[in-house]
Write a protein that binds this ligand. Structure first.
Ligand code: C2E
Ligand code: MG
Ligand code: MG
Length: 731
């Protein structure tokens, strides 16, 4: 039933259907009964679960009649409804004359074509009192009206069986709302429910009629797509549809989703395998920064007919045939710029596929248990390499090894680590184990025992991908962890996103208070690096300095004493640093000319993004920005500057047409002054002198800026554990 047909009274109508003495049923797309009202099962004497889950034609309530199924089957197959008289069979065997109305219907919100049926008992057949059970099995999600997870799994199982017979491809996708926890905290339950309903509607509107969308759990949705949808285009469409601005409970929101897809048979040959492949893919999409699609494996493997079984079989061979290799990514001290560590990152040198990155086989290795021998190999190899570099007289180095949650929970880990250290002769303090929050939070007390045992050996422990899980810093302080690795998803936009900037600053400050050191992952630009240095982040790794390298290349860089270029931007004193932002080159050069004898150190940028990168590097004092710029408007940009660099003095230079936006920004305190375009030269010069005086009159900026401290509580509650775990935010 389309939503609009319910006229906004969907709940009332559902209650009527549920309470009616007419039997009502509905099937899913595959023709399996997914819903039956109380009258249907109580009046026919069957229990709800004796009806739900069966194919419509095989319900025990039909009087056995080969004709009947054929009659309504044909009508429904043609998309027509079927009305007629028939006899229903009570569980105790007696027959009940009835009238039926069966019709093909799109289910609530569209998406799944199912069959709806009304069954009316004509001659007062005995009416049993409905038993006082509260509810039928939740085939449909009450909030969104979409089929629930059991229905999704059932339809998927059936579709996989059909696809196996017909040799047709089949694609499923898991769609997770990004940062739903924050939305929930920010909007409250009603607001968050509104987001779920809106996302459900957009998903339903974006898929084809024959495809299926279901609500799996919380903020997770499932899609099931047939042949024509196996190319990625429909998923792109979904990503775009969701990310369009939405208004929920009067709040304008930017909601995005991460999508993980998997196809039969390449990524899985059963429903369960497909679901775990899509789960791994969605985790990958989140790791890459959310708001994107990840496919279970590269299409090249699928193109060449590489199934999951082949990968697993190949992986089993890989250790013995020396196909696994470690690459090493330098980790750098942010104050000396020196290489202080290496993270060992696994690659599979496949004889036909080339170098396969870990995200394409580690999830499979974890599921199959192969991760344990692989991880043992990695520990052995990494320790031996670190010991060899030391023996060769290279500068001292910490070797970090990733341990998967699966291996972490396996008690032999302690013995494996001891063995690797013994065989290599590496001192334990030169080995670091990287664990993820999910590994620790699965079973907290068991995790504490393993961490304690690892610490007792004398090695270092760091927490990888920090910020992507559901733990709070206070909670983590109970673990004897040495370092946090801030996940790349926070680092990526640290110079342009005030919220992430505050989270990163607050995390660093709090980690230091708890006596832990901090390393930032995935640092790609000088701006990010300077931002992190400015917030006293201890170490970094990332493409800015180097990707993971084969052992020989890493060794060469280490031997040469390569180090991070740390420009001494923040040591210059005295100069008046001015940043001018305008997308028109003519304006930038006119202003440069005008101000060239004013004694300013002038920096220019052609966009808000470019300017934010520059602000992370240069200690700018006064910012002048145009209003109309593509991408980010002037007020938007100055708003970011206000929250990230509150000590700067900010001036908008714009035409009168933009006065409303600018006035609002002035009122919010984001802008100190507004200057109109075209400007009067002398007025502009005078305004800039006043701005620099204003800057000097303000106190010198402290190292950890007030804006960061104000957001400590907010940032910590972002990381707070979902249920009852203590959080610093409450202190
Ligand atoms: P991770 O431990 O978080 O490793 C960091 C990943 O980010 C690496 O990807 C690295 O190459 C990448 N990276 C580093 N700097 C940058 C950057 O500046 N920009 C971008 N875009 N990416 C950067 P990689 O090597 O593909 O590894 C992915 C994940 O696979 C690792 O994430 C880790 O969870 C897992 N992994 C790798 N090796 C092993 C292993 O030996 N055992 C286990 N259990 N997992 C491993
Ligand atoms: Mg790691
Ligand atoms: Mg990481």
């Amino acid at each position: 039933m389309p939503e609009e047909a319910l006229g906004g009274h969907g709940d009332t109508l559902l209650a009527v259907l549920q309470g009616s003495r007419i039997g009502v049923l509905a099937t899913d797309a595959a023709g399996t009964v997914a819903h039956a009202n109380t009258a249907l099962w109580s009046r026919t004497g069957f229990a709800a679960d004796e009806l739900i889950g069966l194919p419509l034609a095989e319900l025990p309530i039909w009087r056995p009649s080969p004709l009947l199924g054929e009659q309504f089957g044909q009508a429904l197959a043609k998309g027509e409804s079927w009305q007629g008289q028939l006899e229903l069979r009570h569980k105790d065997g007696h027959l009940m004359p009835s009238a039926a109305d069966l019709l093909p219907i799109p289910l609530p919100l569209g998406g799944i074509g199912g069959i709806g049926g009304f069954l009316l008992l004509l001659h007062g057949a005995p009416m049993a009192e409905p038993p006082p059970t509260e509810a039928l099995p939740a085939a449909f999600d009450r909030l969104t009206g979409l089929p629930g997870e059991p229905v999704f799994r059932k339809v998927l199982r059936d579709s996989v069986e059909r696809a196996r017979l017909t040799q047709q491809p089949l694609t499923i996708a898991r769609v997770d709302i990004d940062q739903f926890k924050q939305l929930n905290e920010g909007l409250g339950t009603d607001g968050a429910d509104g987001v779920l309903v809106e996302v459900a509607q957009r998903l339903s509107a974006s898929i084809r009629r024959e495809d299926m969308v279901a609500r799996l759990n919380g903020d997770e949705f499932g899609l099931l797509m047939g042949e024509a949808a196996s190319e990625p285009a429909p998923l792109d469409r979904i990503l775009a549809a969701i990310s369009k601005p939405m208004t929920v409970a009067g709040h304008p929101l930017a909601v995005t989703v991460s999508i993980g897809s998997a196809s039969f048979p390449a990524d899985g040959e059963t429903a369960d395998e497909l679901i775990s492949a899509a789960d791994a893919a969605v985790a990958d999409a989140k790791r890459k920064g959310r708001n994107q699609i990840s496919h279970a494996r590269p299409s090249s493997c699928a193109d060449r007919g590489f199934g999951r079984r082949q990968i697993l079989a190949g992986l089993r061979q890989a250790i013995d045939s020396n196909e696994l290799v470690l690459h090493y990514q330098p980790q750098l001290n942010l104050f000396s710029g020196e290489i202080v560590g290496a993270e060992a990152l696994l690659r599979w040198a496949h004889p036909e596929q080339g170098l396969i990155p870990p995200m394409q086989f580690i999830p499979l290795a974890e599921e199959s248990g192969l991760i344990i021998p692989i991880s043992e190999w990695v520990l052995d190899r990494a320790c031996a390499q670190a010991a060899a570099w030391r023996a060769a007289g290279l500068p001292p180095l910490r070797m970090a090894v990733n341990i998967s949650a699966r291996h972490f929970r396996f008690l032999d880990l302690i013995e494996t680590v001891r063995g690797a250290l013994q065989r290599s002769g590496l001192e334990p303090r030169h080995l670091e184990i990287e664990l993820t929050e999910s590994a620790m939070m699965h079973d907290v007390s068991a995790a504490m025992r393993v961490v304690d045992a690892l610490k007792a050996i004398g090695l270092r422990i760091s927490l990888d991908d920090f910020g992507t899980g559901h733990s709070s810093l206070a909670y983590l302080s109970r673990f004897d962890i040495d370092a946090l690795k801030i996940d790349q998803s926070f680092v990526r936009d640290v110079t342009t996103n005030a919220v992430n900037a505050s989270i990163v600053s607050a995390t660093i400050a709090m980690a230091h208070k708890l006596g832990k050191s901090v390393i930032a992952e995935g640092v790609e630009t000088a701006g990010q690096m300077h931002f992190l240095r400015g917030r006293e982040c201890d170490e970094m790794q990332g493409f800015l300095f180097s990707p993971a390298l084969p052992a020989a290349e890493f060794e060469a860089r280490l031997a040469r004493g390569d180090r991070l270029e740390l420009q001494a931007a923040r040591t210059r004193a005295g100069s008046n640093r001015l940043l001018i932002v305008d997308d028109e080159p003519n304006i930038l050069s006119a202003l440069r000319r005008l101000l060239r004898h004013e004694g300013y150190e002038i920096h220019t940028a052609a966009s808000g993004t470019e300017a934010l990168e520059l602000l992370a590097i240069e200690p700018i004092q006064v910012v002048v920005s145009d209003q109309r710029m593509p991408g980010m408007s002037g007020t938007e940009f100055l708003g970011h500057v206000n929250s990230m660099y509150p000590q700067t003095v900010r001036i908008a230079l714009s035409g009168y047409a933009d006065l409303t936006a600018v006035t609002e920004a002035v009122n919010q305190g984001a802008i100190y002054r507004f200057l109109s375009k075209p400007w009067n030269d002398e007025d502009l010069k005078g305004a800039l002198q006043a701005a620099f005086r204003h800057w000097r009159a303000k106190a010198n900026p402290p190292e950890v800026q007030p804006a960061d401290l104000e957001t400590v509580d907010r940032a910590v509650s972002v990381h707070a554990a979902p249920h009852g775990a203590p959080s610093c935010g409450n202190r």
